[in-house]
Design a protein around this ligand. Structure first.
Ligand code: PMP
Length: 441
């Protein structure tokens, strides 16, 4: 970067360089249906030369963490090579521009989920931290002894443990919405729990274990009618479908950047401004203050009040690149692509003798997450054998031990699909599962 034309020109050049970087269009033809194979070309991890004798990687574990497109990887390198500085503190150009990009990313993420204001989006590390923020801040200010906190049996541990911790501290009670044998929420049981007027209801939008899509808007509306505050775990929805927080009307919503093509260090807590304004800080330190004296501190406005210390600046800035990549393709197309793949997978996987699909059997109520089990074969053995065929799936309880207990399965094997998967990935999985059955016969 030269400085020949003076500081203003240099600053403008740098701004343009970053603009180009953040608005790189994915190398995909603007056709209606997504072409998983064409999209895959943008993802270096998926295009590595396989080990000798192996076929290309069929990556079916995006529910754990997604792969990153070249634009995201390049944007991270560009940031560290050319623009790295701490934010909100420096008056020099690098710091000012980093600050500006960080705040622009916040605005873009707010648009991505249709938040009313960027101030309603707090950068955190991940979904887990977002939910812990609400439990510690809103929870400490509002939960009293005897109050009821409701969550569901299908939650990820990160939407269970923070509520248990605050309930124990406050002497509050916990209620758990039951699941049906086919892995859907028992909404009648939710209604029964709501009749007890809980303070807060927390639930996942999409189950990471089963792919169940919950009727979030209706659940929020029922919870509000009962006077409860709502927390939506959107870790498995925001990366895969168009999520509109104003339409859902939820009070809080949490998601992780690393599951939506972004870097590992940045996630988002959305919260209605009225609630965030009234909440005490979660962590104290630099950046979240207005004035500090030796005896007393006053807080910065939201969202800074909840962003103590140096944030993951690069990761937060580059999260915008990931969101931009997804938006350019269109979230409705991403969602449709995954639904078509899981539809095909559900059809094909039933050919495998002895395999049982866990969760809703109807594709209209599920996302691109597919869990299954065999009576006689341990899920870890299944995952290890398909790995020999370079098919990456996950096995275990998927951080949902209460759900596994409720369904009476110790663990499942889980295949999860994303925009870069295609029918060939499904066929590779099915082929490999037939081999598993052969081995154990
Ligand atoms: N909730 C759900 C539904 C998830 O799938 C996950 C990640 N598996 C989490 C929460 C936690 O996400 P993170 O580890 O990024 O905090």
């Amino acid at each position: 970067m030269t400085n020949g034309g003076g500081a203003d020109q240099w600053r403008e050049e740098m701004r343009l360089a970053i603009d180009t970087r953040t608005h790189t269009t994915p190398q995909v033809a603007p056709i209606d249906a997504l072409d998983g194979a064409a999209i895959r070309a943008d993802f270096p991890v998926l295009n590595q030369e396989p080990r000798p004798g192996k076929r290309r990687l069929a990556f079916l574990d995006s529910a754990a963490s997604s792969q990153k497109p070249r634009v995201v990887i390049d944007a991270l390198t560009t940031y560290y090579a050319q623009h790295n500085a701490n934010i909100h503190r420096g008056v020099y150009d690098l710091s000012e521009i980093a600050t500006q990009r960080y705040e622009e990313s916040r605005k873009a993420i707010a648009r991505f989920i249709n938040a009313g204001s960027a101030r309603e989006c707090v950068f955190v590390r991940n979904t887990t931290e977002a939910i812990n923020l609400v439990a510690n801040s809103w929870g400490r200010a509002n939960i009293k002894a005897g109050d009821l906190i409701v969550f569901t049996t299908m939650e990820h541990h990160s939407n269970i443990v923070p509520w248990q911790l605050i309930a124990e501290e406050r002497g509050a009670r916990l209620g758990h919405v039951r699941v049906t044998p086919d892995g859907r929420l028992d909404l009648e049981h939710l209604a029964e729990l709501l009749a007890e007027e809980p303070k807060l209801v927390a639930f996942t939008h999409v189950s990471n274990s089963l792919g169940t899509v919950n009727p979030v808007r209706e659940m929020v509306s029922l919870a509000h009618a009962a006077g409860a505050v709502t927390v939506v775990d959107a870790a498995q929805s925001v990366p895969h479908m168009a999520v509109n927080v104003q339409d859902l009307d939820c009070d809080f919503l949490a998601f992780s950047g690393h599951k939506m093509l972004g870097p590992m260090g940045a996630g988002v807590l959305y919260g209605k401004k009225r609630l965030l304004d009234a909440m005490p800080p979660f962590l104290g330190g630099g950046s979240m203050i207005r004035k500090v004296t030796l005896d007393r501190t006053t807080w910065a406005d939201v969202p800074a009040k909840f962003e103590a210390g140096t944030p993951a600046v690069a990761d937060a800035i580059v999260l915008n690149v990931a969101a931009d990549y997804l938006s350019t393709l269109g979230m409705d197309r991403v969602w449709r692509h995954e639904r078509e793949l899981v539809d095909y997978a559900l059809d094909r996987i039933r050919e495998v003798p002895g395999l049982v699909v866990i969760g809703p059997q109807d594709t209209h109520e599920r996302s691109g997450v597919l869990s299954f089990a065999f009576d006689e074969i341990h899920p870890h053995d299944v995952a290890a054998i398909v790995n020999e065929d370079n098919v990456a799936v996950r096995a275990g309880h998927h951080c949902t031990q209460p759900l596994m207990a409720a369904l009476g399965v110790p663990a499942t094997t889980r295949a999860s699909f994303y925009l870069y998967n295609d029918e060939e990935d499904v066929e590779r999985l099915v082929e490999s599962l037939h081999r598993v059955v052969e081995i154990f016969r």
